[in-house]
Ligand binder design. Structure first.
Ligand code: DGL
Length: 262
């Protein structure tokens, strides 16, 4: 495998850009293809089979376009597809769930809360994995059906946004010491979340980037180039609205963005 091949990162939409930002920071010389399935977002209300079918075609596209590793920058898609993709792909596949589990389990908390999409919360995946590491930890989970679609469309557009967020946050007990953002869209509104929570808000994307680094190192496929890597964006929906939101979040101009029909 050529070290200069791409890292393929995908999400249902804009959310995975929060993971991309941390990957660029940690691995600035890697070439990256970011794929946002903006025509089919949100994934969080779909069945496992639907999410698997949507994800499979994205991964086929990324592999056809010279990717040396895949990052599922979406909690929902990680739960639905990680095991399947690991068996079907000949290149490494990294998900984001273990990063979140690691981030909350290693700090000695007695009680935490988890925010995620309906699919993520109903799967019970975080609960199971965190309990395996710490049987005694109290874990509260809240399914936030409306957050991902609102962030995807543009959070500021919604006059009722604080009301919606406040309603979800009202289910988090005051005794929670940390709040895990188990949806990659939520870091886009981390300040609004933090204002409504006294404990530590945990975004697992940095841990996910570190996991990618460990995998690339172990496989001996880290890009050794001294130059900055090329970042390309592929979306299945509207290019312009994606570009505006991603540029604002990344704080840099996006030049290479393409609409694809897969
Ligand atoms: N960013 C995705 C996640 O982490 C959102 C899923 C959705 O499209 O509902 O779960």
């Amino acid at each position: 495998m050529d070290r200069r091949c791409n890292i393929g990162i995908f999400d249902s939409g804009i959310g995975g850009v929060s993971v991309l930002k941390k990957i660029i920071k940690l691995l600035p010389n890697e070439n990256i293809m970011y794929f946002g399935d903006t025509k089919n977002v949100p994934y969080g209300g779909r069945t496992k089979e639907e999410i698997q079918n949507l994800s499979r075609r994205i991964v086929e596209f990324l592999i056809l376009n010279n990717c040396k590793a895949i990052v599922i920058a979406c909690n929902t898609a990680t739960i639905a597809t990680l095991e399947m993709l690991k068996t079907q792909c000949s290149i490494p596949v990294v998900g984001i769930i273990d990063a979140g589990v690691e981030a909350v389990s290693s700090n000695g908390y007695d009680e935490i809360s988890v925010l995620g999409t309906p699919f993520t919360i109903e799967s019970g995946e975080h609960l199971k994995k965190i309990k395996k590491k710490n049987k005694k930890m109290k874990i509260n989970t809240v399914a936030c059906e409306e957050l991902c679609p609102m962030i995807e469309e543009g959070w500021e557009k919604f006059g009722k946004r604080y009301e919606v967020l406040g309603e979800y946050m009202s289910h988090i007990p005051k005794s929670s010491e940390a709040l895990l953002l188990a949806c990659t869209h939520y870091p886009f509104i981390i300040e609004d979340i933090q204002k409504r929570f006294d404990g530590k808000v945990i975004d697992p994307s940095e841990e996910c980037a570190r996991e990618l680094f460990r995998v690339l190192k172990k496989e001996d496929i880290l890009n050794n180039d001294k130059n900055k890597g090329r970042i390309e964006f592929y979306v299945t929906g509207d290019k312009e609205s994606f570009k505006v939101k991603a540029e604002k979040f990344l704080g840099t101009e996006i030049k290479d963005i393409y609409k694809v029909n897969i």
